[in-house]
Design a protein around this ligand. Structure first.
Ligand code: ZN
Length: 160
């Protein structure tokens, strides 16, 4: 089996059997992202635990509509970031973003990306890059919102 068909198999497997799918409670932030060029949609929730300064991605839950690449990519991303300290999860995000921007020229780091290396070939198809990035962008956005909410004092609690 060559690398391309192995990668295709990984993507189809995550598409058919998505990991961690379904919206769950509790969560700190929820976002809805759309990729209009393909019609992909994702609603994604993030729960960030850990003490201040050392966040941990406790949960990522999501619901998706759209093409196989967009759906498989969210599944792979959730596997990769859940349970990870924030800095490690962000490293995986940065690595995946670099891979998608590489036009097929970057050798993906499997130690960081795990199953996400399967998307390496997608970077050669500009129209599909947004499909692969949709879930990751949603995770990044939701995590930023969750962190911002943590740092802002909850005024209604203070007055209660
Ligand atoms: Zn798509």
């Amino acid at each position: 089996m060559n690398l391309d068909s192995l990668y295709e198999e990984i993507i189809l497997d995550h598409y058919r059997h998505p990991h961690h799918k379904g919206l769950r409670d509790p969560f700190d932030a929820e976002v809805h992202h759309v990729n209009p060029t393909c019609g992909d949609e994702v609603t994604l929730r993030v729960r960030v635990g850990g003490s201040n300064g050392q966040g941990v991605i406790e949960d990522v839950s999501y619901d998706t509509l759209g093409c196989a690449i967009s759906q498989a990519s969210v599944s792979v991303m959730a596997d990769l970031v859940m349970g990870k300290p924030l800095d490690e999860a962000t490293k995986a995000y940065d690595e995946f973003l670099s891979l998608m921007q590489s036009k097929g020229q970057l050798e993906p780091d499997e130690g960081v990306l795990e199953d996400a290396v399967a998307f390496a070939g997608v970077s050669k198809f500009p129209a599909r890059i947004k499909c692969a990035l949709l879930g990751w962008m949603a995770w990044k956005d939701a995590t930023a919102r969750a962190l911002a909410a943590r740092e802002t004092p909850r005024t209604n609690e203070e007055t209660a």
